[in-house]
Design a protein around this ligand. Structure first.
Ligand code: GLV
Length: 300
């Protein structure tokens, strides 16, 4: 089975993917987009990781685009993306587990004041905060997909009261007013772009915290900075940004109330995700249903 690989991964990353994919689908022949364009009969599938716009043009036989990324916002933003070709997003159990670990770390650190203790250390200040139980720290998880659900389940097991919210979940403000930690795992779509704006932050409980594990474009940065400067939002843990890498001049880098990760909260793990890809490629070949298909209009 001939498959085009396209995306912005670096050579060692592609090497890891080729090795894992070859093991998961021994009958696979993995081609660059340029090689794929010369194939006759034409290539029927592409496996992509945020491919540069235009990468998938000139592949008239394509019947499946399988993303290695969970979020397909950049893929869907490519105006040259072949119309009518089904797109599948990555739902990787190891990735969901990693996301749950990151969410748990952030929630624990916010709840127990570990980020504040880190600052106190730099300042040479020895001061003990009051200690609360997990069941006293309500958490709101935005996003009810594979990752949002696993994050919610993990936090519940740890004792946190968790409210989940999804696209059809009714009004947000009452949930925001009740939560002390808000974790964003929404897909980025036209409906969620800029959702985390001044109104959203004003609806959050005073001195609550934001953990953004979704996309940078969910957040209106100036509005978040204003809420942080005012102390209304007490801390933000941010994994994703409008521009990545985040420009050195951006205020998030040095802000006392911001903890940053370099879009590393949960990486797709080739060791488990290759099996997900292979399963969908076999389904395509055998005419069985494809898993995790994207609705292009809905945006995820
Ligand atoms: C990571 O952000 C992904 O979409 O896989």
């Amino acid at each position: 089975m001939k498959v085009v690989l396209a995306g912005d991964l670096d050579p060692p990353e592609w090497e890891a993917w080729r090795t894992a994919l070859a093991a998961a689908l021994p009958e696979g022949v993995w081609l660059s987009a340029d090689e794929g364009r010369r194939e006759d009969p034409p290539v029927t599938a592409a496996v992509v990781a945020n491919p540069p716009p235009g990468s998938l043009a000139g592949l008239p036989g394509l019947r499946l685009i399988q993303s290695l990324w969970a979020g397909v916002d950049r893929l869907l933003g490519d105006p040259t993306l072949p119309a009518g070709v089904p797109i599948a997003r990555m739902v990787d159990p190891a990735m969901s587990a990693a996301m749950a670990e990151t969410a748990l770390w952030a929630t624990l650190a916010l709840h127990r004041g570990f980020f504040a203790y880190q600052l106190r250390q730099r300042e040479g200040v020895w001061r003990v905060h009051t200690q609360r139980r997990a069941d006293e720290v309500p958490v709101l998880v935005l996003g009810r997909g594979a990752m949002g659900n696993q994050v919610a389940a993990t936090l519940r097991r740890q004792g946190y009261p968790v409210a989940p919210w999804g696209r059809d979940g009714g009004p947000l403000p009452p949930l925001l007013a009740a939560a002390e930690v808000v974790i964003n795992l929404l897909p980025l779509t036209p409906a969620t772009r800029g959702l985390l704006d001044a109104r959203f932050f004003a609806a959050m409980r005073a001195r609550s915290a934001l953990v953004n594990l979704g996309r940078g474009a969910h957040v209106v940065d100036d509005d978040l900075l204003a809420a942080l400067d005012a102390g209304h939002v007490r801390h933000a843990v941010l994994d994703v940004f409008h521009a990545e890498p985040l420009p050195a001049s951006h205020r998030f880098w040095q802000h006392r109330r911001v903890t940053m990760l370099p879009h590393a909260a949960a990486l797709t793990d080739p060791r488990s995700a290759a099996a997900v890809v292979a399963s969908n490629l076999r389904a395509l070949r055998d005419g069985r249903p494809i898993a995790h298909l994207v609705d292009r209009v809905r945006g995820y």
